[in-house]
Design a protein around this ligand. Structure first.
Ligand code: PRP
Ligand code: GLN
Ligand code: MG
Length: 509
């Protein structure tokens, strides 16, 4: 199956990465070779016609660091030439120096933070990708994952396309290059008409900044404004960092073209009912971001409160699993009346994800990141609250840590339904056979994790916490296949059986 193809390719690339493994990178959390848990997505940012375009982009990417820590890149346009700086690692480590920003002159820039979903953590996959087209230069950033990207890739290569990267994103460059339309925007729309899956694109030509959101709005994209200049980005937190004003979300299926003439909105395909990814609310988005008009922090507290009503428990203290479990735990504590305490302290100098090259280091990993606060936990009946269980590795160790610190009872409450199905739209998740809830019943999970009780929020409870009356089974309001198996688009690559290899070039960067 193509999914395993993707994974093989990913692993092959990571092997090259490992050959060049530098222990110095351990502390920056730049790479995580194990698909132990949910990984972030990517963040995109673009600004048109601003004198500090590259510096603003670097700041925006810094605010989007939670969406991807493997790599970051910026491409600027100075009126004549494009300039590109792409690096493995964190934004702060690579884009904070004046010299780097000075190498990115011009009034327009786009940038990307990456967590890979297709194609490994190698320099040639770091975005923005750039191509010389008949219409001029074109740079593009992508958050999401194309579910027919490999199928299109094989077809294009058979037709003579020369690929440089192994990620799904490059397909968009080839499709634009081969379009027979005249205007750039029409070529771009031509390309969008051929791809499937989840995407938020921010692209840049010598005249325009262009943004596009997939027809179901699975991936987020917003429009901002700073001193009369437009910005496109994944989340509002990237606007806040530079003092930009939130204008509106890019509508589902919308293409926005920003030029010196202003902002043009195009809806190229028949409009569909939005189905944004529910995991943006549960885990991915930064709590201070506004998604679809709603403050993510407030929603997460509401999810925690709903969980407390659905699965109450007698306990002495509510303990969040930091960072992602914090808002839900606050909501749980408010609703239940059980005191909220920091029973786990998180080390912030460990990246959100962490390289775990060997089993021993993997075992150590969670202890490097989380420590028990014995003074809070000892002798207490605790309710641990986290947003999700993926593989169960983190959760199991944290439960053991609570026991070792003297917890009398450990009750585990999860602010999302059990994750039973993998994602193909931009979240890097392990294959189904590694997902704890796909392998075990509730009772088996309880035993495996070593808890006194275990409960997940119901799918309807989650929808209610997000302001819906419940999940509409006919036209679900969100993309939620990881809980339900209901994939909202075809997964063409998964059923395709052809081609066994994507890249023959053994290179690390
Ligand atoms: O299935 P498991 O192995 O038990 O992992 C689940 C944990 O992983 C994620 O957090 P993560 O530690 O990646 O990031 P965070 O620091 O943002 O919470 C998720 O929010 C859970 O807390
Ligand atoms: N997580 C993402 O959004 C990844 C974007 C793209 N699919 C890549 O792998 O580069
Ligand atoms: Mg977490």
């Amino acid at each position: 199956m193509t999914r395993s193809l993707e994974v093989r390719l990913h692993e092959a690339d990571l092997e090259h990465q490992r050959e060049d493994f530098d222990p110095q990178t351990l502390d920056d959390g730049a790479f995580d070779s194990e698909a132990d848990r949910l990984h972030e997505e990517c963040g995109v940012f673009g600004v048109h016609n601003h004198p500090d375009a590259a510096a603003l982009t670097a700041l925006g990417l810094h605010a989007l660091q939670h969406r991807g820590q493997e790599a970051a890149g910026i491409v600027s346009f100075d009126g004549a030439r494009f300039h590109s700086e792409r690096r493995l690692g964190l934004v702060g480590d690579n884009f904070s120096k004046r010299e780097v920003i000075e190498r990115l002159p011009g009034q327009s820039a786009i940038g990307h933070t990456r967590y890979s979903t297709t194609g490994g953590t190698i320099l040639r996959n770091v975005q923005p990708l750039f191509a010389e087209l008949e219409t001029g230069g074109f740079a593009v950033c992508h958050n999401g994952n194309l579910t027919n990207g490999l199928t299109l890739r094989r077809r294009l290569i058979a037709d003579g396309a020369i690929y440089q990267a192994t990620s799904d994103t490059e397909v968009i460059l080839h499709l634009v290059a081969r379009s027979r339309r005249n205007r750039f925007t029409d070529r771009f729309i031509d390309a969008l008409g051929q791809i499937e899956g989840g995407y938020a694109f921010v692209g840049m030509t010598n005249k325009k900044l262009i943004g596009a959101r997939d027809p179901l709005g699975i991936r987020p994209l917003v429009i901002g404004e700073l001193g009369g200049k437009y910005i496109l980005t994944s989340e509002t937190c990237a606007l806040d960092i530079i003092g930009a004003r939130f204008v509106r979300e890019v509508a589902v299926g919308e293409v926005v073209v920003i030029s010196d003439q202003g902002l043009e909105s195009i809806i190229p395909f028949p409009q569909r009912k939005p189905r944004p990814c529910i995991f943006e609310y549960v885990y991915f988005a930064r709590p201070d971001s506004i998604v679809d008009g709603k403050n993510v922090y407030g929603l997460r507290k509401q999810i925690g409160a709903t969980l407390a009503s659905e699965a109450p428990v007698e306990a002495d203290v509510v303990v969040p699993v930091p960072d992602s479990g914090v808002p839900a735990a606050i909501g749980f504590a408010h609703r239940s009346g059980i005191p909220y305490e920091l029973g786990i302290i998180r080390n912030h100098y460990v990246g959100r994800t962490f390289i775990q090259p060997t089993q021993t280091v993997r075992e150590l990993g969670v202890r490097l990141k989380h420590s028990a606060n014995r003074a809070v936990v000892e002798g207490q009946r605790i309710v641990l609250v986290d947003d999700s269980i993926v593989r169960g590795t983190t959760s199991r160790k944290i439960v053991q840590m609570m026991r070792d610190a003297g917890a009398r009872e450990v009750h585990f409450r999860i602010a999302s339904p059990p994750i039973k199905f993998p994602d193909y739209y931009g979240i890097d998740m392990p294959d189904q056979d590694k997902l704890l809830a796909a392998r075990m019943s509730l009772e088996e999970m309880k035993v495996y994790l070593g808890v006194d009780s275990l409960a997940f929020i119901s799918i309807d409870g989650l929808y209610r916490a997000l302001g819906e009356p419940g999940r509409d089974p006919v036209q679900p309001q969100f993309t939620d296949h990881y809980f339900t198996g209901d994939y909202p688009t075809p997964i063409t690559d998964l059923v395709s059986e052809s081609a066994k290899q994507l890249s023959l070039l053994a290179e690390a960067s």
